[in-house]
Design a protein around this ligand. Sequence first.
Ligand code: PHE
Length: 477
Amino acid sequence: MASMENRAGSGKKKSKTGSFSGQLGFVMAAGSAVGVGNLWRFPYLAAKDGGGLFLIIYLCLVLTFGFTLLTSDIAIGRKTGKSSIYAYAAMRPRWKFLGIITFFVPVLIMTYYAVIGGWISRYIVVCFTGAGNAAAEDGFFSFFITSPVSPVFFALLFMAVTSVIVYKGVEGGIESVSKWMMPILLVLIVAIAVFSLTLRHTDENGVTRTGLQGLLVYLTPDLSGLTVGRFLQILLDAMSQLFFSLSVSMGIMITYGSYVKPDVNLSRSVNQIEIFDTGVALLAGMMIIPSIYVFSGTDGMSAGTSLMFVSLPKVFYAMGTPGIFVGATFFIMAAFATLTSCISVLEAIVANCMELFHASRKKVTVILTVIYMAASAVIALGYSIFYVEVKLPNGSVGQLLDIMDYISNSFMMPFISLLSTILIGWVVGPKWIIDEMESSGDRFTRKKLYIVMIKYVAPAMMFVLFLQSTGLLNALA
Ligand code: PHE
């Protein structure tokens, strides 16, 4: 409450809303939200889950669940002025445990995020050394990640860059980096998306496919073989993609919310982040699906990491000379997106530790860097020296990286969302958030929707998602 009163005076000043520092929090939050999730996970799910059908479902979820969870996180952050642990404690002291659980999500994600950043960096090097055709060969990716040296080197490099930016602080480091990387990313993605629509290729069977046909594959809802079970599966896929893509329920947006100035119109910032994040995801689909379709048909749209690291290099190679530029541009863009997300993960941990230990940013960053350099090395070696095969509750078999990803994203995030919707909807009440949304004197445009979502719809859906992630839903069905 005290922090609210402190800010009440300055809350009416409409000074900096147009300037970048007035938008502090927005560029950073957008930087966190846009990442590999947009660039490869979204297109891959759209290809798998019936194209336009997935798109429609996803858009509906963004406007309802995405909006609710993002609004809650950012408003909690700004209102309490704290990161997850103390933010939840400030809401209700007995709920501090939820803040602690939330804190552990970035703690786990940080162990492997720089590893993925390292993989992408390796591909940039491949493109620049003119060895793009090597990357297009079968086995290149698995040869690379199973080596005990190269993945570690690139992961440590990526971690070091992330640490330097976080070490420099919020305005001088994170904000200034996001401010120029995000617009560049947008321009690059639009350019490649437009380019991929112009593609045309005739394969060895004499079949010609064009980029525009690929666009139709992406946008047309495919309702063939749709059952209730399959619909539910698509819904759950879209839902977990939404969490990951908006970086919600992991304390990151709470930390970033705490940096947003009191006079910023939160409702508008939330809308902008939703639009930006979803726009980039849609464009990424427009860039990837047509190009894969043109060169490999619908068979090329294989799952997960292989889409980005195996199928795409083949597509770039098949493009001939333009492919060298397109490939290099794509991986540079992916590295930017991953870097700003990686920064947000480390920042959430740093901010919490600064509050916990009353220590300086520099000291905390240095200590965490040492810890995470070691952790990243271990995870990067998870495909060679520390190779394991663990069966996960969703039926897939994972290595160290997948295990960390599963615990943090599939298991903890729905659980945290479930508890936090109960806390907001039923314990402190939605008014607590609504007051913050309106504290700048602006209107909270989707207030009624927010109340219905946070009290009823979101908790119910989170419960289903949680059951599914633990494997219980399959056991019951
Ligand atoms: N939101 C990011 C994306 O869409 C992923 C991310 C996950 C970022 C976890 C931060 C933390 O790719």
